[in-house]
Design a binder for this molecule. Structure first.
Ligand SMILES: C[S@@+](CC[C@H](N)C(=O)[O-])C[C@H]1O[C@@H](n2cnc3c(N)ncnc32)[C@H](O)[C@@H]1O
Length: 202
């Protein structure tokens, strides 16, 4: 039988304290523990290294993979505990894990790619238009937003699921969907409820 989750003082996922507390208590059910196959396939298929941002990076396993592949990648998170963990795991790439708010951080160079993994679904649905607008602001025409999108009907979160029409409505003002595929290596909280998608900035 699964153990009960620990108790938490912070209930507001908009605050860094909410996430800090969960990292501090090692309660991170969203953490995939490594680099998903769909991202590996995307990197292998890419004709050139891409300047990449990982918003809300958590453990930031993907940063190491991307940097080792020669990509100019940066990972940001606003929770100090997440940044500390990400930096430790990133080893020689640790300086590329930055404590910053996604809505304020300025990339050092123009971005080609934003990697989405359990960031949109971490935030309350009311914030989604702001997230989409910021993605669009950070990417030039032709730039891509790619990663894992969580589809679910439950109101309680995080993770907060979205439905297909909701995601289309959210992103259609800025992006066209250019890849949409099932995911074969989901972890339990996402299994059967997520898709690998890539959206291209118009
Ligand atoms: C569900 S976790 C996902 C972490 C990681 N992407 C993963 O898949 O393991 C969401 C992360 O987003 C971070 N976060 C939430 N709002 C943020 C914001 N406005 N700016 C930067 N990071 C944020 C949290 O601190 C947390 O580490």
């Amino acid at each position: 039988m699964a153990a009960d989750p620990p108790s938490f003082a912070s209930r507001d996922p908009l605050s860094p304290q909410f996430w800090d507390e969960r990292f501090a208590k090692s309660f991170t059910p969203w953490d995939r523990g490594g680099v998903p196959q769909a991202l590996r396939d995307f990197v292998v298929a890419s004709p050139r290294p891409l300047s990449t941002l990982i918003p809300g990076c958590g453990s930031a396993y993907e940063l190491v993979y991307l940097c080792n592949a020669g990509w100019d990648a940066w990972a940001i998170d606003f929770a100090p505990q997440a940044v500390a963990r990400g930096r430790t795991l990133a080893g020689q790439w640790g300086e590329r894990v930055v404590e910053a708010d996604f809505f304020a951080w300025q990339p050092p160079h123009a971005l080609d790619f934003i990697y989405e993994c359990a960031f949109l679904c971490a935030l309350p649905p009311a914030l989604r238009p702001q997230v989409a607008a910021r993605w669009a602001q950070l990417l030039p025409p032709g730039g891509r937003l790619g990663g894992f999108f969580f589809f679910d009907q439950t109101v309680k979160g995080p993770p907060f699921g979205i439905d297909r029409n909701g995601l289309q409505t959210l992103l259609a003002p800025y992006f066209d969907c250019v890849e949409d595929a099932p995911v074969g290596d989901s972890i339990p909280i996402f299994v059967g409820k997520e898709r690998w998608m890539v959206w291209q900035r118009r």
